[in-house]
Design a protein. Structure first.
Ligand code: BGC
Ligand code: BGC
Length: 822
């Protein structure tokens, strides 16, 4: 009976999903002459050359000579990938590399041009000397399609000036949960707004394509990236087929109609509300049936960074399932050589049909032909290499002004008379890094200084220019307030907010809250310190998303949501000062009234809210109550997953010093220079980008500890185990101690050496150590301050990630048995 029911349900759900999606329509006509040209090209290509066309390595991992030898058809650079790995490489350096790679590709393939893709997300955002526009969230608030189109055109000019023909933009994600760290890449929560602006950017980017202008656009990430549970990056989206189409597909319809030649698959998985989520990268129904057959997309579908490796049964360097599901071009940044070999072998063994390979290559060639790369490669543009083409100051200034949303304006404080003497405070007043956010020169947008942005201005710089130096006092933080000359202050402008982040790292964990002051107490401290001074405070809040700021609103007479406005701080100054530009933007997201996200919560300011210049708000005090203990009933304590979670930093005790590991994303770690280093540390990928730490023991007694100032009550997690993913490179020849600490002189540990030796090497395994085993050895589980502690002697070399204490994991069949003795 039960089986019958399941079968029936399955039939029902299959028939529901069998209802086809409507066609999108496209301005690109079917061109028989072009298809015949593709036939001719295909006919003379070897299998290796075809797979070469389908392979997209990262410029950090491939040389021109490699491109030639392996007939590579595409390259990319990720965030923070620059020619010669020099951040300050200029237009001419980019062009030089593009020319070298182009020439090598033509030679290797017998005349097929290369296509280089990168994330020109808000302007040519990886390139030194380029103007950076506001991130999409701000443009969504501006709501002006003509402005977005113009930004698209300007970006295309800049990208071509570096010899490049393809950008991975626009993002047409519709964000359902503000905890997602990519919220700012979205135009908003309204699918129609996302569709309208995504199409406008596509039109601007691709204008003149095929005629020596424009660059190829990418609609991404197909599909449901903004709908994941708890806003988790690369997470699981539960939605009916109809919801998926209604909410998450409009941006694909509109951009395909606008002519977008490429689509990028998404890292997330999808399932009907009660279904088993499956990764998009292996989802034939969505990639092939929906997108290509039903919607009629005839361009190329590119996978995301090592995304194929997340399909069950796949690895980053081998995934027949993804290609069979519909991926045409594979972004395989580093392991491209093995990918070539594996894919060729899979075709030879019949695991990937030749017809699928031919279809993939046909789509790639179609894009290259439509983009005009055979006749007009951008690296041959007459004005290529000209750094002036990277600069669009007036447009960026206008855009920045158009994105500023005035949320509060008691007494009509803003705009400020130009005669006002200002105290400008806050960590973001003079920070182009904070103004530009993630995906700016570097991947996370961190490790930048003002000098990395040779064109542009911070808000402080712009105010000084507008009002004159003498009218402004500047203090970066509360400590600086002590020597302010208050008699010379009419108004305080506090420039505060979030600091840069990008995918993954920017997520607010499910157990966290939307309360900004919990992550950035310095901002509240600053406004609190100003409170007693009796001067009106206009707060300019720089952020990648709306967050809970009731406490900050209560301490500001005026409050501007500035989003991530880019390199032209003058645009912000324009709306703050009288006789500049008007406030005209409106929220493209609801602004939260509650610290814990709920789907039907009433917003503090609703979508569409935004005061006009001079319009006064009604004074209102907002509740500052926040629940204790975060938002969700917790079943785990997150310790480390790329960065420290739940306040944990990872430390390597060195002679006399500690090295926090938590936020190190790109570089290998520097160990204390005094004494013998005991460990060599580096960052690597186990499941996803830069998620793991690799540790090589160099000496005796090397120790690694995850520490938090706050101790945790592990007794509140029933049947808990310490769980971590781990890969062994060099086996130990002595004990390897894994344990926890519970304050001074309080710790317990067990030897996991035997477990390590039993398993396969070079493979990720999950270790589960019951907390009860440690309690038996004296751990005080009610006050654990170091939930992860690893000690060993050389030799040993391993990598780990996803470290957590998880309820129920001790009952897992593969949990470690407790040792009998210490
Ligand atoms: C790289 C970035 C890249 C990102 C892709 C990181 O590992 O360092 O350059 O953009 O992955 O998401
Ligand atoms: C991101 C994409 C990006 C790619 C290349 C990925 O990690 O998800 O949006 O285009 O990296 O940098």
């Amino acid at each position: 009976m039960r089986r019958l029911l399941t079968a029936l349900l399955l039939c029902l759900s299959l028939s529901a999903s069998a209802e086809p999606w409507p066609r999108a329509g496209s301005p690109w006509p079917h061109d028989p002459a072009m298809e015949a040209r593709i036939d001719a090209l295909l006919a003379r290509m070897s299998l290796a050359q075809k797979v070469g066309q389908m392979t997209q390595p990262e410029i950090r991992a491939i040389s021109a000579e490699d491109v030639r030898r392996h007939a590579i058809g595409s390259v990319l650079n990720g965030g923070g990938g620059w020619p010669d790995q020099r951040k300050h490489s200029g237009a001419a350096d980019w062009l030089r590399l593009a020319r070298a790679l182009d020439a090598a590709a033509l030679e290797g393939s017998g005349g097929i041009p290369l296509i280089w893709g990168l994330d020109a997300m808000h302007g040519h955002s990886n390139v030194y000397g380029a103007t950076l526009f506001p991130h999409n969230i701000g443009l969504g608030a501006a709501g002006d399609a003509a402005l977005v189109r113009e930004i698209g055109r300007a970006t295309a000019r800049s990208v071509r000036a570096t010899g490049i023909a393809w950008t991975f933009a626009p993002t047409v994600a519709v964000v359902k949960d503000l905890r997602w760290g990519r919220t700012y890449e979205s135009y908003g929560q309204d699918p129609q707004q996302v569709a309208r602006l995504g199409a406008a950017l596509t039109e601007g980017l691709q204008e003149g394509l095929g005629q020596g202008r424009g660059v190829v656009a990418t609609a991404k990430h197909f599909i449901g990236d903004g709908g994941t549970r708890h806003g988790r990056d690369q997470g699981e989206t539960f939605a009916t087929d109809r919801e998926l189409r209604r909410t998450h597909a409009p941006g694909y319809y509109s951009t395909l109609r606008a002519g977008a030649l490429t689509v990028m698959a998404s890292f997330n998985s999808w399932a009907e509300p009660d279904g088993q989520p499956r990764k998009l990268h292996g989802h034939e129904l969505l990639l092939t049936q929906r997108l290509k057959q039903e919607m009629g997309f005839d361009g190329l579908l590119v996978s995301d960074w090592d995304g194929i490796g997340q399909v069950p049964g796949c690895r980053p360097d081998a995934c027949a399932a993804a290609i069979n599901a519909g991926i045409d071009l594979v972004m395989v940044p580093f392991q491209w050589k093995r990918f070539l070999a594996h894919t060729i072998a899979q075709v030879e063994r019949g695991e990937i049909p030749m017809a699928r390979i031919d279809d993939a290559v046909r789509r790639i060639l179609r894009v290259k032909l439509r983009a005009g790369l055979f006749e007009h490669p951008p690296s041959r543009d007459a004005d290529a290499g000209n750094p002036d083409l990277l600069v669009h100051r007036a447009l960026a200034r206008r855009a920045a002004a158009a994105t500023q949303v005035l949320l509060k304006n008691d007494g009509g404080l803003l705009p400020l008379p130009r005669s006002h003497r200002l105290l400008v405070v806050g960590k973001s007043a003079d920070s182009l890094q904070n103004q530009t956010g993630g995906w700016s020169l570097t991947w996370q947008g961190t490790e930048n200084r003002n000098s990395d942005f040779p064109v542009g201005q911070s808000l402080l710089g712009a105010l000084r220019e507008a009002l004159g130096e003498t009218q402004i006092q500047h203090r970066p933080d509360a400590a600086g307030l002590a020597d302010v000359d208050w008699s010379r202050v009419d108004t305080v402008v506090a420039v505060i907010g979030e600091t840069p982040y990008a995918e993954g790292v920017g997520d607010i964990p499910g157990s966290g809250t939307l309360r900004h002051s919990s992550r950035h107490p310095e901002d509240l401290q600053l406004l609190e310190a100003l409170r007693t001074r009796g001067k009106p405070v206009a707060t300019v809040f720089i952020s990648g998303r709306p967050v809970w700021v009731n406490d900050l609103l209560n301490r500001s007479q005026a409050f501007v949501a500035a989003w991530l406005p880019g390199t032209e701080g003058a645009g912000m100054a324009d709306v703050l000062l009288a006789n500049g530009a008007p406030f005209s933007a409106r929220l493209s997201f609801d602004w939260p009234a509650e610290v814990c996200p709920r789907s039907r919560a009433r917003p503090l300011f609703a979508l569409g809210h935004g005061l006009r210049s001079g319009q006064a708000s009604r004074p209102r005090r907002h509740s500052e109550r926040v629940p204790v203990g975060g938002c969700e009933a917790r079943t785990e304590l997150g310790v480390f997953e790329r960065v420290g979670l739940d306040g944990h930093a990872l430390y390597v005790p060195g002679p006399g010093s500690f090295e926090p590991l938590g936020n190190d994303l790109t570089a290998a770690l520097h160990l204390p220079s005094t004494g013998t280093p005991q460990l060599a540390l580096s960052t690597m990928d186990l499941h996803t980008q830069h998620d793991a730490k690799r540790v090589r023991w160099l000496d005796q007694g090397g120790r690694l500890i995850a520490w938090s100032l706050q101790s945790a009550m592990l007794t509140s997690f029933p049947d808990a185990a310490l769980v971590l993913d781990l890969q062994l490179f060099t086996p130990p020849d002595g004990p390897v101690w894994l344990g926890m600490g519970c304050g001074p002189e309080c710790q317990a540990r067990v030897d996991i050496g035997p477990w390590l030796l039993q398993g396969p090497r070079d493979q990720v395994r999950t270790l589960r150590l019951p907390v009860a085993c440690l309690s038996q050895l004296g751990l005080k589980a009610e006050r654990v301050d170091a939930p992860f502690l690893l000690e060993a002697d050389a030799p040993l070399d391993l990598a780990f990630t996803r470290v957590k204490v998880q309820a129920g994991a001790a009952r897992h069949p593969q949990a470690l048995p407790c040792p009998i003795s210490r």
